[in-house]
Design a protein around this ligand. Structure first.
Ligand code: ADQ
Length: 482
């Protein structure tokens, strides 16, 4: 089998079994170990002098990581990736800012990464690029003459064309995406948004086709290029999570939380501290529950775990301050001598322990305003005790909502509806909880993480290097870079 080359902004910690490893890390690492290959990306460090990739060989997997200088970090990572693309793709055009220099830095880092990787490539390597930091990566490789199959998976939503068009270099970004042979999205809605942009804005064409496992896909042609697009919803390994949850629910940290609840119910939320996750709206819904159904006062607490991320991006500092204020206000309003409504913890926890905490909570409250998939929702369900499962309250705007038929699905912009769903979850009878749990565990097992990885890779391996699509090309306007 040809080698697999994975390219992602951050390369997962090379020590295996690290608790912090998330879905991407686990899924990709398994595939790399199977076929052998290279994992290439930013080391996470900022450097002063330019350097060549640092190579670390572990069995069949070679880790190639490269540092970024301060300017690259500011422009490529903090700037265009996280202050322009991330907010816009999560429909927060109000928070998205555009700066030509930052965009120029984004292209520059992609081109630099492409040059470094090109020097390591063999002709039959298959390249799998991840996420919004690296949209122009294939185009940069193609400019260097690389003919290998290159696939791209977008972990975050692809916005509706009207929203995508608010990002000034939208045309260049769409053209860059079309340099990939396979473009994978989390949901059918994301595929549709990209397809709509390509057919309406880029005047391209779309032909329905099938994925290697028979699921619907489309062949898009535009900018003189052809790519296959499909939804590949990322999954988890539910049985491994269930096992970890059972074990860790009996560890000291989980049992002391349970003891501290003294028979009260627990609503649990875990997110990176990010404005897309809807934390403030969630706190307000919980406040409304306490206000409209006072019988719950003193009887239920919300545990929100949210470690800060990207804390050097200004909008992230603001959301943190706002949440601290809201927690203080709600706790001040309702706390009793021996009970506070919200426990808000700004830290990371070992993954397995989180699964144990999910298991001892009655409700999983996962209400992002927009989310590519949201693995926490899937992890919450997989962690439950089948004999006495908790209830998932899930935002309709998480990609996961498509695949979780047993969840109580809510609109996170509707505080009253969220409060009602919490109440319903807290009093739901056992047989209904069990039925809902079963409705979700089936699909979680059927579409686990290996299915995500294997269907994407088999589509990618089946693809040929991008060819010209006659008649689909049109001249594009190149952005003027400052
Ligand atoms: P994220 O936005 O990071 O991922 P999510 O899918 O929820 O969101 O994944 C977070 C992961 O980090 C989960 O596995 C969770 O258990 C873990 N985690 C969260 N908080 C933690 C904490 N306090 N301590 C330890 N671990 C914690 C992006 C997209 C998502 C998409 C994923 C995968 O934004 O929409 O689902 O990629 O494609």
């Amino acid at each position: 089998m040809s080698r697999l080359i994975v390219v992602s902004n951050r390369v997962a910690p090379t020590q295996e079994g690290r608790p912090a490893a998330g879905g991407l890390a686990i899924g990709v690492l398994d595939a790399l170990k199977e076929s052998g290959g290279v994992w290439f990306g930013w080391s996470g460090e900022t450097i002063v002098e330019p350097q060549k990739p640092v190579i670390d060989v572990k069995g069949k997997v070679t880790y190639a990581t490269i540092g970024l200088n301060k300017r690259d970090y500011d422009q490529y990572y903090r700037g265009f990736s996280n202050a322009t693309l991330w907010p816009a793709f999560h429909y927060r055009t109000d928070l998205s800012r555009y700066d030509r220099q930052e965009y120029s830095g984004y292209l520059r880092v992609n081109a630099q990464f492409a040059r470094e990787l090109a020097a390591m490539l063999k002709p039959d390597d298959v390249i799998w690029v991840h996420d919004y930091h690296l949209i122009p990566f294939a185009e940069a490789l193609r400019e260097l003459g690389v003919k290998n199959s290159i696939g791209f998976f977008l972990h975050i939503p692809f916005p509706a064309p009207e929203v995508f068009r608010t990002v000034p270099p939208h045309d260049a970004l769409a053209k860059a995406l079309m340099s990939y042979d396979v473009i994978g999205f989390q949901t059918d809605a994301d595929v549709q948004s990209f397809q709509d942009y390509i057919t309406r804005e880029a005047l391209g064409t779309a032909t329905p086709t099938q994925s290697s496992d028979g699921r619907p896909a489309a062949k898009l042609s535009a900018y003189g290029r052809t790519a296959r697009v499909a939804a590949y919803p990322i999954g988890i390994y539910p049985d491994a999570i269930a096992e970890a949850a059972e074990l860790y629910a009996e560890r000291k940290a989980a049992t002391s939380l349970r003891d501290s609840m003294r028979g009260r119910k627990l609503i649990m939320s875990v997110d990176r501290l990010d404005y897309s996750k809807g934390l403030a709206e969630r706190f307000l819904a919980f406040e409304r529950l306490l206000q409209t159904s006072p019988a719950f006062q003193g009887q239920v607490s919300l545990l929100q775990i949210a470690p800060p991320t990207r804390s050097d991006v200004q909008t992230y500092q603001r959301i943190r301050q706002n949440l601290e204020m809201e927690t203080g206000r709600i706790n001040g309003r309702f706390s009793q001598l021996d009970w506070s409504p919200i426990r808000y913890l700004n830290r990371k926890y070992e993954r397995n322990l989180l699964m144990g905490l999910f298991r001892i909570s009655e409700v999983g409250f996962v209400t992002p305003l927009r989310d590519g998939m949201n693995l926490v929702a899937k992890e919450y369900v997989a962690s439950q005790d089948p004999a006495n499962p908790g209830v998932l309250v899930l935002s309709q705007f998480a990609g996961a909502a498509d695949q979780m038929p047993g969840a109580l699905v809510v609109n996170p912009f509707d505080t009253a509806q969220m409060a009602e769903a919490l109440e319903r979850a807290l009093v739901m009878p056992l047989n209904e909880r069990q039925a809902r749990y079963r409705d979700m565990m089936g699909p979680l097992r059927k579409n686990d993480l290996s299915v995500w990885r294997d269907t994407f890779l088999s589509d990618l391996r089946a693809s040929k290097a991008a060819g010209a699509a006659p008649g689909a090309a049109r001249p594009t306007v190149e952005p003027i870079l400052g």
